[in-house]
Design a protein around this ligand. Structure first.
Ligand code: MLT
Length: 263
């Protein structure tokens, strides 16, 4: 684990392995530990770089609001600080996927392959954005548990909750440890994010879409639409997994990633 100075903030980064860089960008309101199985399983093939986005995990908070563009800029600055100039593989989950669309828009020439897990390209509906802003206010007043409770119920497939309570508990601890200002700031940032659907036809790099069969937040039927909009994409559904497919079914997810990157 190391901390990288980006000027305004220091980011916490787990970096393991050698070779072609693979950037793993976590979801909300989590940190890089949601990728623990990919860091473990893929670092014998790639130089895996798994940062905590600003405000999350052990990274500094810095300026608000926590927009998807600001996160994308941080990632580009991180790559510069790590002296990574070769094109890399960007892999994001959910909010990490929202950041991924903005990264493609702003720094697409730095990406040779894209992996988007359990995410969507559409912006929030006006009602969803309003609810996020209200939730942000509640988190500021009442604390992290407001979001941790509701997310915990939606993040995992029923099988995971029953058979793997340890990973549910681990992610709950991460959510409860995330500063309330970060949770509130990222909720506002997500509410403000633009609709990326119109940009998808411009993404020319090979793209792998992954989704848990039981994802209750970004369900498979929504991700199937992305395949139609992304010129060089394919979708793999991960059986018996939910929104946190990489953590719930790491063997299937790692095999899908390796097969995609080696093909
Ligand atoms: C995430 O997992 O990053 C969140 O579910 C994204 C969202 O709330 O839209």
């Amino acid at each position: 684990m190391k901390r990288i100075n980006l000027g305004e903030v220091w980011l916490n980064v787990e970096e393991r392995g050698q070779g072609s860089p693979l950037l793993l960008v976590h979801g909300f309101p989590l940190d890089h530990t949601m990728w623990s199985e990919q860091i473990e399983g893929l670092s014998s093939h790639f130089r895996v770089i798994a940062p905590d986005l600003r405000g999350f995990g052990h990274s500094d908070a810095g300026k608000q609001p926590l927009t998807m563009d600001r996160f994308a800029d941080d990632l580009a600055a991180l790559l510069d600080a790590l002296e990574i100039s070769v094109p890399l593989v960007y892999c994001g989950l959910s909010m990490g996927g929202y950041v991924g669309w903005r990264f493609m828009e702003r720094y697409g020439d730095r990406v040779k392959q894209l992996i988007q897990c359990d995410t969507r390209a559409a912006a929030d509906s006006p009602q969803a954005a309003k609810t996020r802003r209200e939730t942000a206010e509640r988190v500021r007043r009442e604390g992290q548990a407001v979001v941790a409770q509701s997310m915990k119920a939606k993040l995992f497939a029923p099988e995971t909750a029953e058979n793997n309570p340890d990973i549910v508990a681990a992610m709950e601890s991460v959510m409860l440890a995330t500063p309330r200002e970060t949770i509130a700031g990222a909720l506002v940032g997500m509410a403000e994010r633009p609709d990326s659907t119109k940009d998808l036809s411009q993404i020319k790099v090979p793209t792998l879409l992954l989704v848990g069969e039981h994802d209750a937040i970004t369900p498979p039927q929504e991700m199937r639409q992305l395949v139609k909009d992304l010129p060089k994409s394919r979708l793999i559904e991960i059986p018996a997994a939910g929104h946190m497919a990489p953590l719930e079914s790491p063997a299937a997810v790692n095999a899908a990633i390796l097969e995609f990157l080696n093909s």
